[in-house]
Design a protein around this ligand. Structure first.
Ligand SMILES: [Zn+2]
Length: 537
């Protein structure tokens, strides 16, 4: 071979090597607008595209099929504002300080909207989720980055009339739309009757028919039994829900999904009609799902798959590649992905990664092979913030001294943080309490529950009028839960303690991760009173 041929071979090698790296021109849209749509309380396996048997989501399904769809998307928390703050800062709740409804964001956490504003975007927020309006600290801290931060004008209304999108054709914009209509009260009280009739059995005549399925009822169901509130209206106290009742609840919840799906369809239609489809990156995600009775509870208060495994789909007009990315993605990845796609430098503070490399990875998108190196481990946090403890403990009983003690501690800290509550519990019980954490691979999930005693206390059967002492004994299976997500996606069979090698691996990963978080030394700061005054009888 002469030098010329050698050089040609070398050149071909270099070209092949370059082609193997991601090419920004394949996905970068520097002139693109950005629309982020956040849907509250949307459970992933109640979507058609994830195999649900009811036709709850034809518009979301179509949009996801024409875009990049992430069926293994995980959020960092189980509550809307906490999960959303993680998305907008690309930091875990424990690393950005936003761990309750009234948290103050850590000063180190740069927000997506701050970066976009610096780079010339006009930011607009239209919010329908209750957590993003009123006097919440989320609003105080996030709204200054927006030119317009508008709440829904009517109760249970949608945040933006799709026709208003015609006003967004002249300047480069970031538009955040949050939709709260799937959240309790389940059902669609203001919607046309057809959305109710689609799923809810007209012949249902059980006792739930006359009850609004909201915060006065749903959080007080434990293991299919309705419980009395401490200081609230009594609904069906002691009543054991039948399968028809449970179906009625879920059918109403599904009506809400269909109603929101129709709204998403109208939004997409208006985006198309206003010529925005070809110059806008559109991200649709849900901050958390809903338990719907899977682990004894309705609503959302834990880090099981039904709650942290949610919807993510991304439309990028420049991308030729469409399809499904099986590799797991997480809330933290949304901010760096958006910035990468529009060619804006990603701040060093982010803890997530741009998803563009897995989107362009044909072994995943075309051949369905998970990239086990990307997001090998993702984490979700269940920090027992005072307001959440208040929710889960608000079940009445006559003799439950421990509950009362916990209440008193909670009341003492009505303007401060969950960590102090945990410290006090430690002082009275000689036990250590910390937040529950989940670590997840594409196939396995381990939940570590240092706060398990609190949750056991909260979840005991109120009708027994006493705390089961056995439930308070430390045992291994109450500290760890290990699930095989491939064969047991609803996490019904705890495999912890069965000596599977994956368990040790995940425990080690969690410990290292806890150490990393502790080294960040984030102080949680709260600025609003959390608890109303309760009296004990
Ligand atoms: Zn929510």
């Amino acid at each position: 071979m002469d030098n010329k041929i050698l050089f040609l071979i070398f050149l071909l090698f270099v070209i092949a090597l370059l082609a193997s790296f991601k090419n920004p021109t394949e996905y970068r849209c520097t002139d693109c607008n950005v629309i982020l749509i956040s849907i509250d309380s949307l459970r992933y396996d109640h979507l058609g595209i994830n195999g649900y048997q009811k036709n709850t989501s034809p518009n979301i399904d179509n949009f996801a099929r024409d875009s990049i769809f992430f069926p293994n998307y995980i959020t960092q928390a189980y509550l809307t504002p906490i999960s959303e703050a993680s998305i907008h800062t690309s930091r875990y709740p424990s690393s950005n300080g936003f761990v309750s409804f009234t948290s103050m964001l850590d000063s180190q956490a740069t927000k997506l909207e701050d970066v976009l504003r610096i780079y010339g975007y006009n930011n607009y927020a239209f919010v329908g989720s209750g957590n993003f309006y009123g006097d919440g600290t989320f609003v105080d801290q996030f709204s200054p980055s927006y030119k317009v931060y508008r709440f829904t004008s009517e109760k249970r209304g949608f945040p933006l009339n799709p026709n208003e999108l015609k006003n967004f054709t002249k300047e480069k914009f970031f538009l955040w739309i949050s939709i709260g209509n799937i959240h309790w009260p389940y059902g669609v009280p203001n919607a046309p009757q057809k959305y109710v009739d689609m799923f809810v059995d007209k012949n249902y005549s059980g006792p739930l028919k006359d009850i609004i399925l909201d915060e006065n009822f749903l959080p007080y169901i434990r293991d299919s039994i309705a419980h009395r509130r401490l200081n609230g209206t009594e609904f069906l106290s002691g009543y054991s829900l039948t399968n028809d009742d449970k179906k009625y609840i879920i059918d109403n919840y599904d009506s809400g999904i269909r109603y929101v799906d129709n709204y998403i369809g109208d939004l997409i239609q208006s985006i198309k009609e206003n010529g925005l489809m070809n110059n806008t990156i559109i991200v649709i995600q849900s901050e958390h799902g809903e338990e719907l009775g899977d682990h004894g509870r309705f609503t959302h208060g834990d880090i099981f798959e039904n709650t942290i495994h949610t919807l993510l789909t991304i439309h990028n007009p420049v991308l030729k590649q469409k399809g499904t990315v099986l590799t797991q993605a997480q809330g933290l990845d949304i901010m760096p992905t958006i910035l990468d796609m529009i060619g804006i430098p990603i701040p060093e503070s982010v803890q997530g990664k741009s998803l563009t490399s897995v989107i362009l990875d044909k072994t995943d998108v075309i051949h369905g092979k998970v990239n086990s190196d990307f997001n090998k481990y993702v984490f979700s946090e269940r920090i027992p913030n005072p307001s959440q403890l208040h929710w889960i403990l608000n079940i009445t009983t006559e003799n439950a001294i421990p509950i009362k003690t916990i209440y008193e501690i909670l009341l003492k800290y009505n303007e401060t943080d969950a960590r102090n509550v945990l410290q006090d519990l430690k002082d009275i019980s000689n036990d250590s309490y910390d937040e529950d954490l989940a670590v997840r691979t594409n196939e396995w999930k381990l939940i570590e529950r240092p706060a398990y005693r609190i949750h056991i206390l909260a979840q005991y059967k109120a009708d027994s009028h006493s705390v089961d002492p056995d439930a308070l004994t430390v045992n291994y299976s109450s500290l760890y839960q290990l699930y095989d997500l491939k064969n047991d996606p609803n996490e019904q069979k705890n495999l912890a303690g069965k000596k599977l090698p994956i368990e040790n691996e995940l425990i080690k990963v969690l410990r290292e991760w806890r150490k990393m978080k502790e080294s960040l030394k984030i102080q949680y700061v709260f600025n609003k009173t959390v608890f109303p005054n309760y009296t004990f009888t």
